[in-house]
Ligand binder design. Structure first.
Ligand code: NAI
Ligand SMILES: C[N+](C)(C)CC(=O)CC(=O)[O-]
Length: 488
């Protein structure tokens, strides 16, 4: 498939789409009449480059090419995906589709980032309504997986399936919204919370900061991992959802919300909120806040990844799709050389107060290299489920050079001994040609039933013998067998 995306409107959201496609290996063609568009997209891209690649435990494909076009027809030329992210005005969006549909391929998918318009409202009067769907993203588009994919009966089912596959291929989670509605699903929640919050400020109940604390210290974190219904099911105790509803159902008749009244957006209310927001966050620039947000999101999403849960499970599925071809198997590797066992970007949450990768994360990277080496030898998930595995008995790390978030690192592994229950490996970590660190590990094969050392399977013995023979001529690596010596 031709991987070319056209970005029509390159502001906050269009810039995020551009980054998502580019960092997943697509060529991106941008049309935006704003003379500052290239600078603005460049800044979004800088943020994306430091945060997105490290979310993955696999290397992303090589970055695609970015080009800017003065003419919309030129921008959509050859594009498989066209993403419209112009300001939220229906007349403008419809005018934009008219211009671009005259030039684009009838097979291209046109997604609209609209926060609130229904797809049927955007398809009205279009040259080919069947090409246009809503694909509503969440800011920052380069990190958050959700896309609300809202089609209408005018869209052929094959186009909807193609849209889902394509969005998934760049790491999104397309949520198929089956019945169109103003503001789709998620923005209806955001609107409800926003209205309630405006009342709380207007009525002098809470400041903008107190409202944010109420969210981020409690239910916001809870929602990020379980959403609303699963969280309330747990809150119902052993009796679950039914008990929860019996207990809190009556509250629906109590004055717990002012949701149906809309506070009037007077100058006074706008000033009050803007002033409180300045007092709360004015010490940070918007770019600083974006970086703080991205650091937090990466940390939280990587924690969910380790649990294979929610947004973390989506990241793992994206990694699984990237894995074939990213790291060599036993058959693909040149066994006469140290074998590539890790290729990835350094994630934001691996760096520390010194502004570089924390010492503990070197061990995490080397442990991943050992896991991959075991997998190559045949000690994979199925083998481990059958009761055999390796336990590490000793590690030695040498820290040679520093490395920063976003840097692309590779680890290559030499087997120093692989015989019977013993496995001795030596990992070298590089950024390009620069040696960053070495990690040496001694492991013992164990039975997971007795928790005692045991002989590996014949297949693993054979794999170790094959690697030993192939690597027999490699020099013993510098630094292997080293220890911290007593100062003279
Ligand atoms: N900002 C947000 O939090 C979110 C916004 N959205 C939706 O994304 C869309 C864009 O919103 P933002 O990026 O926030 O707005 P924005 O104001 O940051 O960007 C809009 C961009 O469109 C460009 N533009 C204006 N007229 C154009 C035209 N005729 N052709 C091409 N480009 C044109 C502007 O120069 C600007 O760069 C809206 O539909 C909005 O509802 C969706 C999710 C979140
Ligand atoms: C405020 N908003 C309606 C534009 C928000 C969105 O559409 C989604 C988001 O990123 O919060």
């Amino acid at each position: 498939m031709l991987k070319t995306a056209a970005i029509i409107g390159g502001g906050v959201i269009g810039g995020g789409w551009a980054a998502r496609f580019l960092l997943n290996g697509w060529d991106v063609r941008v049309f935006d009449p704003d003379p500052e568009a290239a600078r603005k997209i460049g800044e979004v891209l800088d943020n994306a480059r430091r945060s997105l690649p490290g979310l993955s435990d696999m290397p992303l494909p090589p970055e695609g090419g970015l080009s800017f076009h003065d003419d919309i027809s030129d921008a959509v030329h050859g594009a498989t995906w066209i993403q419209e992210s112009v300001p939220e005005r229906r007349d403008l969006k419809i005018k934009v589709y008219k211009g671009l549909q005259e030039a684009c391929s009838p097979d291209a998918i046109i997604g609209s980032s609209t926060s609130g318009f229904k797809p049927s409202e955007l398809q009205e009067g279009a040259l080919r309504p069947e090409q246009i769907v809503v694909t509503h993203p969440f800011n920052p588009v380069y990190l958050l997986p959700l896309i609300e994919l809202v089609p209408t009966p005018a869209n052929p089912p094959q186009l909807v399936e193609r849209a889902k596959a394509l969005l998934t291929s760049v790491g999104f989670f397309p949520l198929h919204v089956k019945k169109e509605i103003d503001a789709h699903i998620a923005d209806r929640f955001l609107e409800a919370v926003w209205r309630e919050a405006l009342w709380l400020v207007k009525d002098g109940v809470a400041t903008t900061e107190e409202i944010d604390e109420a969210i981020r210290m409690g239910f916001g974190i809870r929602w990020a991992q379980m959403g609303l219904f699963e969280t309330y099911r747990v809150a119902g105790g052993e009796a679950g959802m039914r008990h929860f509803m019996a207990q809190f159902g009556p509250a629906l008749k109590w004055p717990w919300t002012k949701l149906m009244d809309v506070p009037e957006f007077t100058d006074e209310l706008v000033d009050m909120i803007a002033d409180q927001s300045d007092a709360q966050s004015g010490m940070h620039s918007i770019r600083d806040l974006e970086r703080i947000r991205d650091n937090n999101l990466v940390g939280m999403m990587r924690a969910l990844k380790a649990r294979d849960w929610g947004a973390g499970a989506v990241l793992n599925q994206h990694d699984a799709a990237l894995k074939p071809g990213a790291l060599p198997t036993m058959e693909q590797a040149d066994l006469s050389q140290p074998i590539l066992t890790v290729a990835r970007a350094v994630p934001l949450d691996w760096t520390d107060y010194n502004g570089h990768m924390n010492e503990a994360r070197y061990l995490e990277a080397f442990a991943a290299a050992t896991d991959r080496f075991m997998e190559i030898m045949g000690c994979d998930a199925d083998y481990i489920a059958s009761g055999g595995s390796y336990f590490t008995a000793e590690n030695h790390i040498r820290y040679i050079d520093e490395v920063k978030a976003g840097a692309k690192i590779e680890i290559r592994t030499q087997m120093l001994l692989g015989q019977g229950k013993k496995l001795h490996v030596f990992h070298s970590m590089y950024e390009g040609d620069k040696l960053l660190a070495t990690g040496e590990s001694f492991l013992l094969h164990v039975s997971l039933e007795t928790r005692r050392p045991s002989a590996p399977s014949a297949d693993i013995e054979a794999a170790m013998a094959r690697i030993a023979e192939a690597q027999a001529n490699l020099p013993y690596p510098q630094g292997a067998g080293a220890a911290i010596r007593k100062p003279a």
